[in-house]
Design a protein around this ligand. Structure first.
Ligand SMILES: Nc1ncnc2c1ncn2[C@@H]1O[C@H](COP(=O)(O)OP(=O)(O)OP(=O)(O)O)[C@@H](O)[C@H]1O
Ligand SMILES: [Mg+2]
Length: 331
C-alpha cells in the first residue's frame, strides 16, 4: 500500500480539484507499487489514470489485417488471443515466479535499461510435461505485459509443402518483429526435434537450421516463447539460443494445495483444502488433470442438486480420471 503521506497528498489534491498535483501524486503511487513488484495493481492504476496501460498494445483489427498466411492454402499461420489469465490464476514454482518477476520488472522499466544500452530478454524457452502450465504461463506473460498472445500453429507451418515451410516461418518472424506481442511457438519441438534425427529429410533439416538462424537474428518488438514437452530432445544448440529457460514440473504437495484453492475458488465445499488427506488424493497428477477432476466433481455436484462439493465426489471423479489415464496408456 502507498505510504500515509502519499495517500494524504492524493486525497488532498483530489478533493481540492488540483488536477496536475493529483496526477503527480497518482504517478508516484504507481511508481511505488511498481517498485514493490505489484505490477498488476500498477497496471490497473495506470489504466484508470490514463485510460490505458503504458504498453502500446496493437489493435486486434490491425493484427488481423496483417496475419501471416500459408501462401499455398491462404490459411493463417497464427492465432491471435486476448489474454485473460493473470498471475494469481497459475501456480508456479518459486524459481519460475522469481524469473517472471524479474522479467516483468525489466519490461516495465525498459526505458531505463535502454538508456544504458541494455534490453530485457526476448527469447524464452518453456519445458516440461503436458498440462503443467506452459501455455497458461505464456498467456499470463502476455496479460501482464498488456500485449496480445500470438500462438504459432507449428502444424500448419510445417505440414505445408516443405519448400514453403521456411518462407512460412520467415513470415511469422517478420510479423512478430513488426508488432509488439507475446508470440508462442507452441510444441516448438515439432520443428526442433527433427535436427537430432539422422534419417531426417534433408530439406527439413535445412528448415530447422533456418528456424535457428531466424531465432539468432531476431531483433523485434515481440517477446518470443518456445514451448516443448520433450526437453531431452532439444540439443544444446537450441538451449543456448534462449535468454531464459523455465522448467515446468508436476506439482508437489504444497503446489497442489495452492492449486486446489485457486481452482475451488467460489465453490461451496464441506472439506478443507489444507487437509493433508485431500491434498494427497491428487499426488502424481498434473495441474491440468487436477483441474479436470475438480470440474468433473463440480458438474456431478450440480447435476445431483447438491449444495456442497464433498470428498466423496472428488474421489469418484479421481477414479474416473484414473480410468481415463489407464485407457490413454493402453492406446
Ligand atoms: N501451473 C498451473 N497453474 C494453474 N493452472 C494450470 C497450471 N498448469 C496447467 N493448468 C491448467 O491446465 C490447463 C492446461 O495447461 P497448459 O495448456 O498450460 O499445459 P501445457 O504445459 O501447455 O501442456 P502441453 O504440453 O500439453 O501443451 C490450463 O488451461 C490451466 O487451466
Ligand atoms: Mg501447451
Amino acid at each position: 500500500m502507498a505510504s500515509g503521506k502519499l495517500l494524504r497528498q492524493l486525497i488532498k489534491t483530489g478533493s481540492e480539484g488540483n488536477l496536475s498535483a493529483f496526477r503527480e501524486a497518482s504517478e508516484q503511487v504507481i511508481r511505488d507499487e511498481r517498485d514493490k513488484k505489484h505490477h498488476l495493481l500498477a497496471n490497473d492504476l495506470e489504466k484508470i489514470l490514463y485510460g490505458h496501460s503504458s504498453n502500446t498494445s496493437p489493435e486486434f483489427s490491425v493484427l488481423n489485417e496483417h496475419l501471416p498466411k500459408d501462401l499455398e492454402k491462404n490459411l493463417p499461420l497464427v492465432q491471435v488471443r486476448n489474454p485473460v489469465r493473470r498471475l494469481e490464476d497459475v501456480v508456479l514454482s518459486g524459481v519460475n515466479t522469481a524469473l517472471l518477476d524479474d522479467l516483468f520488472e525489466e519490461y516495465h522499466r525498459i526505458e531505463v535499461l535502454k538508456s544504458h544500452g541494455l534490453r530485457p530478454p526476448d527469447r524464452l524457452l518453456f519445458c516440461g510435461p503436458p498440462g503443467c502450465g506452459k501455455t497458461a504461463t505464456a498467456e499470463v506473460v502476455a496479460s501482464e505485459l498488456g500485449l496480445p498472445l500470438i500462438i504459432v500453429r507449428i502444424d500448419s507451418v510445417v505440414s505445408s509443402y516443405l519448400g514453403e515451410t521456411a518462407s512460412n516461418l520467415r513470415q511469422v518472424f517478420d510479423f512478430a518483429a513488426s508488432f509488439p506481442t507475446v508470440t508462442l511457438f507452441d510444441e516448438f519441438d515439432a520443428i526442433a526435434k527433427e535436427r537430432a534425427d539422422a534419417s531426417d529429410h534433408g530439406e527439413l533439416k535445412r528448415v530447422v537450421n533456418a528456424f535457428l538462424q531466424m531465432l539468432d537474428d531476431y531483433e523485434g518488438k515481440s517477446l518470443l516463447i518456445g514451448a516443448t514437452n520433450h526437453d531431452g530432445i532439444l540439443d544444446s544448440a537450441i538451449w543456448r539460443r534462449f535468454d531464459e529457460v523455465l522448467v515446468f514440473k508436476m506439482p508437489n504437495l504444497s503446489q497442489i494445495r495452492r492449486l486446489l484453492s485457486v481452482k475451488l475458488r467460489g465453490l461451496r465445499r464441506d472439506f478443507d483444502v489444507e487437509d493433508k488427506n485431500i491434498i494427497e488424493l491428487f499426488q502424481g497428477m498434473s495441474h491440468a488433470d487436477i483441474e479436470r477432476v475438480i470440474r468433473r466433481a463440480a458438474k456431478s455436484m450440480i447435476l445431483a442438486g447438491k449444495e456442497f462439493l464433498t470428498e466423496r465426489l472428488l474421489k469418484t471423479a479421481i477414479q474416473r480420471e484414473d480410468a481415463r489415464r489407464a485407457r490413454q496408456k493402453r492406446a
